[in-house]
Design a protein around this ligand. Structure first.
Ligand code: BGC
Length: 473
């Protein structure tokens, strides 16, 4: 029972995203993305106004990344395509062949190494030209994304069999369109998150159907979406108010997307009723949460071939204490997350290390969404800058987490099929720039050759991958 063995053919991977690692922001005809524009505008929205112009240089140093993957012995590698590298203005009107060549080389080399690619179509980096027409605020982006997805399936789908349409629509909607913290920096409290999420859900569903209708028979692959969620526990387990707030927290975070996709094509009832009630009180004639037509509900339901979960942390929940007059996603949710001071913090203030939270979340997904196959498509721990190579404490966090994954599989019967560490390399951590390091490999950003060096965690992770087994002490 305690041998630490993972199921046979468990997928062991590491994950990255185009803007965070590639650099080459204007190389070979690449179009601008919103993160290029956002970082170039300065204004201290990113740590020290850093940019992803060079990042890990993976656009030219991709073979160095392959060496890291090989050293880890991974069975899978998750990376994202830069939409504007392939289609500079976001549409298939012009295809940048050099961008296509880049990903072809990467995919072919992975396959030669017997590493299965898991490819994300969209990881936060909307082409600027599409943003200029409204981005995820605009319904037009739904059809444009569908075209982009079809283009990717037809270009790479002979070799890529695992696809993720959108990475973390929750983060995109909340940080990019509600609070304006992430590119494109749209701040529109109470509206932005819902509108953009609505369009992303439709875009995802269209992209899934495009695969299902036109590519699946021939290519025989699978398509999903990567959803992030904290685990949540009531601050006071005996308080009814805290328990209800906890349910609302999970609903507004995970169910918002997972219920339409995995259950019935529609938003959670509590979101619909709460937001509609508040909208009326605010004197609005329609709810701030848009509605799906029946046709759209049918289209959205059942559009994931497996569950992709990005898990980082847990919160203790109580009803929202601050009184905000302005409508907002947070006040609609009416819940706030507290960090337990006993939980260790990992490298960045929001990331408390709570390995058992992952086990609970996996069991919750199993019970709530019909026992799907689950891939943990991101999990990891950061170090702050300057990091130490001998990161034994960080490896301890990975170990504890993997133990909980094993318990979820063995004791709770969750169908966990794979685990992807975030991230293969230290990289551009969005508004934290290079100050937060999530890599299994250290990157020396001060040297022009951007050398990669394994952390202690990388060497230990490689042992787990090799034995398909956690060596517990
Ligand atoms: C994102 C990654 C990010 C990581 C750590 C996830 O939300 O998908 O791009 O680097 O979390 O913050």
């Amino acid at each position: 029972m305690d041998s630490g063995k993972f199921p046979e053919s468990f997928a062991w991977g590491a994950a990255t995203a185009a803007y965070q690692i590639e650099g080459g922001w204007d190389a070979d005809g690449k179009g601008l993305s919103i993160w290029d524009s956002f970082t170039h505008q300065g204004g201290d929205r990113v740590f020290k106004n850093q940019t992803g112009d060079v990042a890990c240089g993976s656009y030219t140093l991709w073979e160095e990344d392959l060496k890291c993957i090989k050293q880890l012995g991974l069975t899978h590698y998750r990376f994202s395509l830069s939409w504007s590298r392939l289609l500079p203005d976001g549409t298939t009107g012009f295809i940048n062949q050099k961008g296509v060549n880049y990903y072809n080389k990467l995919i072919d080399s992975l396959l030669e190494m017997k590493v299965t690619p898991l490819v994300t179509l969209y990881h936060f980096d909307t082409p600027q030209a599409i943003e200029d027409q409204g981005g995820w605020n605009s319904e037009n982006t739904v059809a444009i994304f569908e075209q982009y997805a079809k283009f990717c399936y037809s270009t790479f789908g002979d070799r890529v069999k695992l696809w993720i349409t959108i990475n973390e629509p929750h983060v995109v909607s909340k940080f990019s369109y509600e609070e304006g913290l992430f590119a494109p920096g749209n701040k529109e409290l109470g509206f932005g998150a819902y509108r953009s999420a609505h369009n992303m859900l439709k875009a995802h569903a269209k992209a899934w159907h495009a695969y299902n209708n036109f590519f699946r028979d021939k290519q025989k692959g699978f398509v999903s979406i990567a959803l992030n969620s904290d685990w949540a526990e009531p601050l006071d387990p005996n308080s009814l108010a805290d328990k209800e707030a906890t349910e609302r927290y999970l609903t507004f975070n995970l169910q918002w997307f997972a219920k339409p996709i995995f259950i019935d094509g529609d938003y959670p009832t509590v979101m619909k009723s709460e937001i509609s009630r508040k909208s009326k009180e605010e004197g609005l004639t329609t709810s701030r949460l848009p509605e799906f037509t029946n046709e759209e509900k049918t289209m959205i339901k059942g559009t994931a071939d497996f569950f992709c979960l990005n898990y980082y942390t847990t919160r203790k929940i109580r009803p929202l204490t601050s009184t905000v007059s302005e409508p907002s996603f947070n006040s609609d949710m009416g819940a706030e997350g507290i960090k337990d001071p006993e939980w260790p913090e990992s490298g960045v203030e929001w990331l408390c290390v709570v390995p058992w939270g992952l086990r609970k979340l996996l069991a919750y997904i199993k019970h709530t969404f019909g026992n799907p196959d689950i891939y943990i498509t991101e999990n990891g721990f950061a170090q702050s800058d300057p990091p130490i190579l001998q990161d034994t404490h960080r490896w301890g966090y990975f170990q504890e987490t993997l133990k909980e994954v094993l318990k979820a599989i063995r004791q709770d019967g969750a169908n966990v099929k794979g685990y992807f560490a975030w991230s293969l390399l230290d990289n551009f951590e969005w508004t934290s720039g290079y100050n937060v390091r999530f890599g299994l490999f250290h990157v020396d950003f001060d040297q022009p050759s951007l050398p990669r060096t394994p952390y202690f965690s990388a060497n230990e992770f490689a042992k787990v991958v090799k034995g398909n087994k956690l060596i517990c002490n």
